[in-house]
Each structure stands twice: as structure tokens, then as C-alpha cells.
Design a protein around this ligand. Structure first.
Ligand code: GTP
Ligand code: MG
Ligand code: ZN
Length: 312
């Protein structure tokens, strides 16, 4: 039978068959996908063939179909092995919040650069607008203005009050949607608002630091009653760009892509060269200063000791 892996504990996998039934499965033998060294050969989102076994109440995964894409992170900082987080994603939604906890624009920019690099459409979801006052909405407008101009759809929602959740449902319908973001922004709360029957565990925000507590501990894919899937993931601290060529970074900023071909030097780093069209555009305000700042930080990569994520 053909199915899709929706949950993985490492040795057991929950597979959803085409007819909507679920089977607990093990892996047949020692699977390895070609080309990648991973701690887990199978991840949520993988399409598989499996043999149901009613006697032992355990099916066997016999085949993994080739992936359209997959996101991985390094298993540990020192390890050469990668850990696959999810496979076959249609779009990546960054759940962000300006307050409690705050998602920095630097984090948003790294997320977007990573998604660009692997051609996965990215969408920004600002949650918790129920705690915004006029001043906070003004800041939100400024930030979403920057990202909309760069071509990224932005939505403001509240998992608590349900505001704009219907709009969000329309965007994710019939797609496989990765929900990612730092701990405590309300990824699981949003999944619950979208699909109340799921009752996922949500965390508390610490009083002092206003941070989440890593409530979700492994990625899990949830079928949507109106079509499609959400993959809820554990909160991440930072994206790191592994094995990234510096010359490619500017191309991952749509606003920079627009100007970079007018630079005097065709290998311009847009940092110190004379007659740089990108720097001129920053000076004229046509490229937002915060976006250029993120470019510089990614270029100089001062995030090396952070948790490293990678997309393929
Ligand atoms: N005021 C308000 N609080 C929210 C909203 N959405 C979530 N929260 C609260 O934020 C806290 C964290 O929510 P979670 O859904 O657990 O956050 P998460 O992003 O899944 O966090 P991790 O699983 O740790 O990565 C909970 O106390 C939620 O009740 C919202 O729209 N408004
Ligand atoms: Mg969660
Ligand atoms: Zn330049």
C-alpha cells in the first residue's frame, strides 16, 4: 500500500494510507537514501510503500519514494550527519510575533534567504495581534510593508481570537505546509485554531524573558479536514546557512536582485566596492536598511555557533 509518513519516533512511523487509515510501521532492513548521511532515513512527509500486518499490529515500510525537497538540520554541531525534519513541502510559513516573544527581522531574513535558496515559497504569518495596540500595529505595518514589497505574502492573525484564521485556511488548503518559527510564537496554537479537533499541546510564555518553553518536541504532520497538511515543528532558535556560497546570498534578496546587475564590478560584494548599485539603492531608501543589514550579517556570518539549519 502507498502512504505518507505523518509521525516518526525514530524506530516507529505512523503512516497514513491513501484511504485515510493509519498504520504503525517499522522500517524493513537498513534504509539509506542515496547521497545524504542522515540520522533518520525516513521523515514526516515522506511518501512510502508499506505492507500492513494485522497480526503483529505493525506494518513494514518497504520503499521510500524520491523527495521533491527536504529540510535538514545538523544532528549536532560537530556531527557530519544531518537530521531530516520534513520532506515534500509545498510552502513554508514562518510564524512570527513582534511581542511575547519577539521574532527579530534578522531571523525573518535568514528564514527567507534559506527558503529562497531552495525555491520553497515562503509566507509570513504574524500571530498574537490580539495583544497589539495602535503603536504595535504601526510597527507591524512598517515591517509587513518591507516584506510585501519584496514579494512575500504577509498575514496578521490571532490564534486566540480566531481573527483572520479563515484567510489562513484558504492559503494552506490542499497544500503541505511547514509551520516554523521560534518557540512560543503560537505555531501549535494556530494549528489548533485551524483544526480544533487536534487539541495540540501549547506552552506557556515565561514571565521574565517572554520566551517559549519548547513545548513541541518533534515534527508532526496533521491532515486537514478541508484538504492538505500542516507540519507543526519544534521551535527553532536560529537558521544557519550551511555550505552557502557568499556570492549567492545577494540573489536571495529579491530587492537586491533587482539592482545588482548595475554594479560596476560583476563580482561586487555590495560592501566596499565603488559604484555599487545596491549600496546606492540603500542610500536612496529603495532597499530597506534592515534588509541590507541582514545581508551584511549573513555575509559575515556571525551565527556560526548557533543551531544550524539547511534546506535541500
Ligand atoms: N495572546 C495570544 N497568545 C497566544 C496566541 N497564540 C498562542 N498564544 C500563546 O502563546 C503560548 C505559546 O503557544 P504555542 O502554540 O505553544 O507556541 P509554539 O510556537 O507551538 O511553541 P513551541 O512548540 O515551543 O515551538 C501559549 O501560551 C499560547 O496560549 C495568540 O494569538 N494570542
Ligand atoms: Mg508547538
Ligand atoms: Zn554592488
Amino acid at each position: 500500500m502507498e502512504g505518507i509518513v505523518i509521525k516518526s519516533t525514530g524506530s516507529w512511523f505512523t503512516v497514513m494510507a491513501k484511504d485515510g487509515t493509519f498504520a504503525e510501521c517499522k522500517l524493513k532492513g537498513n534504509f539509506r537514501m542515496k547521497g545524504i548521511k542522515t540520522t533518520n532515513p525516513v521523515a514526516v512527509g515522506d511518501k512510502v510503500d508499506f505492507l500492513p500486518d494485522k497480526d503483529e499490529n505493525a506494518g513494514l515500510i518497504t520503499k521510500i519514494f524520491p523527495r521533491n525537497n527536504h529540510i535538514i538540520r545538523k544532528a549536532t554541531n560537530l556531527s557530519k550527519l544531518s537530521h531530516i525534519i520534513a520532506a515534500n513541502i509545498d510552502q513554508a510559513l514562518l510564524v512570527a510575533s513582534l511581542y511575547e516573544p519577539r521574532t527579530s527581522v534578522g531571523f525573518i531574513d535568514r528564514f527567507l534567504v534559506t527558503a529562497e535558496a531552495y525555491h520553497i515559497p515562503a509566507i509570513l504569518i504574524f500571530n498574537k495581534i490580539d495583544i497589539y495596540d495602535e503603536e504595535r500595529f504601526a510597527e507591524l505595518d512598517k515591517i509587513t510593508g518591507i516584506y510585501r514589497a519584496a514579494g512575500y505574502p504577509c498575514y496578521a492573525v490571532s490564534a486566540r481570537t480566531g481573527e483572520n484564521v479563515e484567510t489562513l485556511k484558504a492559503i494552506i488548503k490542499n497544500k503541505t505546509n511547514l509551520f516554523s518559527g521560534i518557540s512560543g510564537v503560537g505555531k501549535s496554537a494556530l494549528v489548533n485554531a485551524i483544526e480544533p479537533g487536534l487539541s495540540l499541546r501549547t506552552g506557556i510564555i515565561s514571565d521574565y524573558h517572554k520566551k517559549g518553553k519548547h513545548t513541541t518536541t518533534f515534527p508532526e504532520m496533521h491532515p486537514l479536514s478541508f484538504g492538505g497538511f500542516i507540519i507543526d515543528t519544534p521551535g527553532i532558535r536560529e537558521f544557519g546557512l550551511v555550505d552557502f556560497r557568499k556570492e549567492e546570498i545577494a540573489e536571495r534578496f529579491p530587492e537586491m536582485r533587482h539592482f545588482m546587475h548595475d554594479c560596476q564590478f560583476n563580482n561586487c560584494s555590495h560592501i566596499h566596492e565603488p559604484r555599487c548599485a545596491v549600496k546606492d539603492a540603500v542610500e536612496r531608501g529603495e532597499i530597506p536598511a534592515s534588509r541590507y543589514e541582514s545581508y551584511l550579517r549573513i555575509y559575515k556570518d556571525d551565527y556560526l555557533d548557533m543551531e544550524e539549519w539547511e534546506w535541500e
